[in-house]
Design a protein around this ligand. Sequence first.
Ligand SMILES: Cc1cc2nc3c(=O)[nH]c(=O)nc-3n(C[C@H](O)[C@H](O)[C@H](O)COP(=O)(O)OP(=O)(O)OC[C@H]3O[C@@H](n4cnc5c(N)ncnc54)[C@H](O)[C@@H]3O)c2cc1C
Length: 453
Amino acid sequence: MDKTKIIKDGSQGVTSVQHTTLLIIGGGAAGMSSAIAAGRIAARNGKRCSITLLERNARPGTKIRISGGGKCNVTHGGTPAELLGKGFLRQNEKRFLRHALYSFSNSDLLDLLRSRGVEAEERSDGKVFPLSGDASTVAIAFEGLLKESSVRQLFSCRVRSVECQGEVFLVKTAGGVSFTADVVILATGGVSYSRTGTTGDGLAIARSLGHSIKDSSAALAPLYTVKPPPPSLSGISLRSVGLIASAGGRSVERRGDLLFTHRGFSGPAALSLSRDIAELSTLFGSVVLFADLFPEQSIAELEELLLLHARKSGAQMVRKFLQSCSIAPLRGAFGQALYGTIPTAIVSFLMRQATLENDVTWSGLVKEKRQSLLAVLKRFPLGSVRNVPLDQGEVSAGGVSLGEVNPKTMQSRIVPKLFLCGELLDYAGEIGGFNLQAAFSTGWMAGTHAIDI
Ligand SMILES: Cc1cc2nc3c(=O)[nH]c(=O)nc-3n(C[C@H](O)[C@H](O)[C@H](O)COP(=O)(O)OP(=O)(O)OC[C@H]3O[C@@H](n4cnc5c(N)ncnc54)[C@H](O)[C@@H]3O)c2cc1C
């Protein structure tokens, strides 16, 4: 039965209303994946239905095109269990995403891309990128898959509201076109990088339909400090250190490279810790940062190693030693520089912080000064965080409460026939391809089940 009809809209006069079986809102990774899955299943089952995707931008996949610095870290290598272990540090998120990542895994995603001629390679750190080195090849592959699956796509079409009206949803767009749909998938993403179209519309829609929304907060975002690092340090990295954030008697730590910027810190350790820091700062206000340059050693082990070195090389200047010793090494504190050395520019700051004379030698280092050096090497103060900018995050944390969504289908537990997927949900993955994979996997699952209703 053709349910397309004209209804009278009290405020705006006569508006056209088109009916579709399944309406998908948002044409990012999750929305495209759900549309393709639904289209394929409908075709395979010979189901007579219409699938419509609405995207507010002029093209789908805007975020995919800018992902991974334009190279698109599309997923991560390993089994689904390994992806969950490395990519999602919070137990409830791991539990929630488990079904989706097993149902549509990284190899399923890579097979799909390969079917459109996009080959990918895994790097030594597990990150997977398209061989083309160009993120747009991934977005174009998905555009092609969408076309193949005869999904009707409308661009520059921003959804304003979704209401339940008996058996159907009434979906109104900013352009005046409205739709009725039997089933709706919300895939409008998070709230960071708002210029890509993610301004939180989907969260407002989910809330209006009765869902609880966990406040959005920054994740995978740079850290801005009250006092920015000296300009001479901007662009310098500390390799594989421990970054510690402390507030209200609590401490959180992450291991990784740390980059000094002109406003504070970035790099994997800072990005990874940013979500916890944003939360700590909401709870306690001021958050203080420290770097542990020898995260593999306890303070006692490091002291023993320093004493041993002092006995062997008493005439050596401590400054010279700091410039050449490897930091965060795995195989002994003073072995081969597996992860790099302390950059020379930072050594003078360490010396000053530990109140050491510039030319002090190991034999001239009294116990009290040695202990102050130890304290600085294990807890090099980096200042207080001023802000973790939400919009600068590669993802945003918060969103639709996971407890209100069935993890085996992505269907809402609050509103029947409403499905939710992607970054709109209250999870946030680590850097490494985990967020795109989660969006593709939850999207695929939503599309698979939504078309089956
Ligand atoms: C700079 C940057 C780099 C990144 N790099 C990586 C990376 O290399 N690897 C990785 O795994 N992850 C990366 N991410 C994260 C990843 O891109 C996202 O987590 C993922 O794209 C989320 O997919 P999604 O479909 O849920 O949301 P999105 O991709 O954000 O898609 C949501 C879509 O919904 C549309 N929309 C919103 N509101 C409406 C409305 N009212 N009506 C119609 N349409 C609407 C938006 O325009 C958007 O196109 C990066 C993110 C950024 C910002």
